[in-house]
Design a protein around this ligand. Structure first.
Ligand SMILES: [Zn+2]
Ligand SMILES: [Zn+2]
Length: 403
């Protein structure tokens, strides 16, 4: 059943092209760009696609690219996605190919993701005549914080044709180099962001009865919010509500008119996500009202929960173990409370997101978003092998029904 002949062949192709893939990674790592402004990065990606003769649409979500292989083939359409953006962090890895862009760094490994997808694209294009499917390659900007996936989808990344399945991966320092983390259902948390402005009436600190104190009221709101998690959510269901900033007041003897606070909510169950939003708004408004205050709530449901399609993951699991070996396939037990906008694609198309182990005891052992984080080159080889496995063995899942 397994497509072993092509797989053997492509393993050789990875080796033959590995030096080129490493140099692509170095180039991308040196050129970190942030958000939607990935002008140099997308130029690099398009340069290779042009050289290899692969057709694409560019300027999707400003600097995103959607490439296509085997457009005319009659078969399922499989989409693979990489995010390409970097972070506003000053790099401290000290390597020769460290960031040229002062204050920006590929500290989340998206240089590895982009290289992995480019390498996969090159090899799939070399063996395209032997493939029974169409392949869409999605190179996405702005994964960190600013809704790149949502914008890619809004601008047609999942149309003409609509993919039947989609896959992606993230370098993962919690797993050892060579390991692949697999999980059906919730893999990563939703990320919602709120900003609340509480308004009262300014007054003299010595005459509190003549004002309406926004500080005392906001303190009560914040304390009450903590009871949602401790009293209303099932203790075995993971959820986080963090208030990260609070601002208000001008002087020790002035009752302030306004207090603002901001924070984030993470959940791994859809019902919990909506319940938290509803209870958050209710507590803020009602406690504000009880204190004669008004509250203006901006609650942005930013990234959904990343939910792998269970039937797809179950269909490929044994094949992954057969191909990569039992030691390398790690069944992830609990979802990560980090979030990932790949979730947006999985709301539209069945598929799965994987954790690609990169912990080599050196640069790949640091945490994501750390100024020393540097996944090893080896992770590119492993990432390409995983993407190729998913495309070449689509018989394993192409007929499953997403529930
Ligand atoms: Zn990140
Ligand atoms: Zn990331």
């Amino acid at each position: 059943m397994m497509n072993t002949t092509i797989l053997k062949n492509v393993e050789d192709l990875i080796e033959d092209n590995f030096d080129e893939f490493c140099s692509i990674r170095k180039k991308l790592h040196q050129t970190p760009e942030i958000g939607y402004g990935l002008y140099e990065t997308s130029k690099i990606v398009k340069g290779y696609l042009d050289e290899w003769g692969i057709s694409y649409t560019d300027n999707v979500a400003k600097t995103g690219i959607v490439a296509m292989i085997n457009e005319e083939v009659d078969g399922p359409t499989i989409a693979l996605r990489a995010d390409m953006d970097a972070l506003p962090i000053k790099e401290e890895t000290g390597v020769a190919f460290a960031s040229f862009n002062e204050g920006a760094m590929h500290a989340c490994g998206h240089d590895v993701h982009t290289t992995t997808l480019l390498g996969t694209t090159k090899i799939l294009n070399m063996v395209k005549d032997q493939l029974n499917c169409k392949i869409i390659l999605i190179f996405q900007p702005a994964e960190e914080m600013v809704k790149g996936a949502e914008k890619m989808i809004a601008e047609g990344a999942l149309e003409n044709p609509k993919p039947d399945f989609i896959f992606g991966m993230h370098v993962w320092p919690e797993l050892n180099i060579g390991e692949i983390g697999v999980k059906p259902g919730s893999l990563m948390a939703s990320m919602d962001v709120f900003e609340v402005t509480v308004k009262g009436m300014a007054g003299h600190g010595a005459a509190p009865h003549q004002g309406i104190d926004a500080i005392v009221g906001t303190s009560q709101i914040i304390t009450s919010l903590q009871t949602i998690l401790s009293r209303e959510i099932n203790p075995v269901d993971a959820a986080v509500m963090t208030i990260g900033t609070i601002e208000g007041g001008q002087g020790f003897n002035i009752i302030p008119e306004e207090v603002k606070f901001k924070g984030t909510v993470r959940t791994v169950e859809k019902e919990t996500r909506f319940l938290l939003k509803e209870r958050f708004e209710s507590i803020v408004n009602n406690v504000a009202q009880a204190n004669r205050l008004t509250a203006d709530i901006d609650y942005d449901m930013r990234y959904p929960i990343t939910i792998n399609t269970p039937s797809v993951v179950h269909a490929i699991h044994d094949g992954l173990v057969e191909e990569f070996g039992k030691d390398r396939i790690v069944d992830v037990e609990n979802p990560s409370l980090a979030s990932e906008d790949f979730a947006c694609y999985l709301e539209e198309v069945p598929g799965a997101f994987f954790f690609l182990g990169v912990n080599d005891g050196k640069g790949g052992a640091h945490k994501l978003h750390n100024a020393h984080f540097l996944p090893p080159f080896e992770s590119i080889r492993n990432g390409i092998s995983l993407f190729l496995f998913l495309v070449l063995n689509n018989e394993l899942y192409r007929n499953v029904k997403a529930e």
